[in-house]
Design a protein around this ligand. Sequence first.
Ligand code: NAD
Length: 249
Amino acid sequence: MVTLQNATVVITGAASGMGRAMAVEFAEEGSNVVVVDVDEDGTDEVVSEITDDGGTAIGVFGDVSDTESVETVVETALEEYGTIDVLVNNAGILDDFAPAGDTSDDLWDAVIGVNLDGPFYLTREALPALKDGDEEGIVINTASIAGKVAGGGGAAYTASKHGLIGLTKHLSEAYGPDIRANAICPGAVKTGMTDDMEDELQEMSAVTPAERPADPEEIARVATFLAGDDSSFIHGTPVNVDGGMLVDK
Ligand SMILES: NC(=O)c1ccc[n+]([C@@H]2O[C@H](COP(=O)([O-])OP(=O)(O)OC[C@H]3O[C@@H](n4cnc5c(N)ncnc54)[C@H](O)[C@@H]3O)[C@@H](O)[C@H]2O)c1
């Protein structure tokens, strides 16, 4: 059971898009936010936005695919706030929808490195802090509808997001009730990732009951829900937040 007020929340990929919206949303709930990203300027901007508004946040330059960097993230969060209550593994990169035959080793390694190795490294590093204390630790992984069906990305992206849902279920099974882990599966969302994908967003909207892409804030509000008491009996679940895109799948 986590009270978001004064909870320490580590969010990766928080300089842009959904991560940024989550950082702002958690800060508005009174959480101490640790903004983690490879984009230093973007990280500084989000931290300033939060602190200018009276919230509490620090930025950590961190590459989730690098184990040393991940150690620094956890050390910094613990030094600053003494605990980690919520970990949101949100950083992710696309694979330009490359099918398996056109996926180089470098592309595969880069996408799996950020989207799957990253959440594994950071969760492993943060586990002792997440399990510490009387309250359950919360892990939220930003997966995708590409973690449930094919067609939402290429080989590496699809494999990474299916793997991330598997990791989420494993964490729940292995560490519940000390850890409550869930995944968010967005459909099409207007973010930095989809900035130059206007045609694709329109195509996806056409086959979505909501008939539009989501705003990042609509995903962020699901993250605060999954971190808080209102979702206390949801464990190990990949939650679709896709405007109904998978309704016939
Ligand atoms: N936008 C969509 O339509 C959509 C749909 C489904 C799932 N997703 C997933 O949502 C998550 C957030 O994506 P977004 O759409 O907000 O994208 P975004 O590009 O706006 O934000 C992603 C952030 O991750 C950061 N990042 C990239 N590599 C990193 C690394 N190695 N370490 C730390 N940070 C890193 C980037 O700098 C960026 O700030 C991703 O996991 C993505 O796969 C996005």
